[in-house]
Design a protein around this ligand. Sequence first.
Ligand SMILES: [Zn+2]
Length: 283
Amino acid sequence: MKKFLLFIFFSSLLFAKINIITHQKFAVNGQAFYIKVVDEDNQSFKTLKVKFNNRTYKSLQNSSQIVLPISYYTKKGRYLLSIYGSYMDGKKFKKKFYLKVKYGNYKKEILRVSKKKTSFGSKSLKRIRKESKEAKKIYAKFSSKKYNKKFIYPLNSKITSQYGNRRLFNGKLKSYHSGTDFRAKVGTPIKASNDGVIKIAKHRFFAGGSVVIDHGEGIFTVYYHLSGIKVKVGQAVKRGEIVGISGKSGRVTGPHLHFGVVLQTSSIEALEFIKLMNDFVIK
Ligand SMILES: [Zn+2]
């Protein structure tokens, strides 16, 4: 497994006693970006936030680390990041640095599906909107940390479609692929990537049989197109516990597991996120 390198921004030495450490020199749209804030006098932070691209993101609880989701829709360029918060004694601090965002090397993917599956009646549209609204509300909740272990893959299998593919349905660009598809014949047991609490456990229009787990700190993992759901909303699950059985429900061209990560409301590359969390955040 490729190890990340750490980069330190020394620009802060001039006026603040804060150093910013990141896992890469630049960020990539659709991927998580790791930031560690270090006070030279080893003072602990009471609060820590980062403002990026007009949005504010919270740090991981009780830590000086921020895992920033760089949304897929982020344009490439140089962004001014503002890191701010307070020390235990109440004193405030603020630190700014520039972050370069590059575009990920995402592929174009052409899918052929029946007309029935790309144009929807008013009843379906109503359901699609309702389900989307419901999910957004769930993802917006920043709950307390529920995991202590490293994240795992939901199954060991070949990846059939990567995150970020720009999807053309019957020649029309409809969306980007917000998760990673694993080859899984119908009936394969699917494991929880980490400890958490079930937030969605039902059949949905696009995603089919769906399970969503809240791991706390704005981190969610999603498991789609299931043929069977083994958990209930509100239930606490342990890492590795079987949450469902793979299938081909919802809008799919064949059986597989769609696995994804939502971080502070953005769908980001799940496997890179797991590597980043396991290498840096979870000891
Ligand atoms: Zn998928």
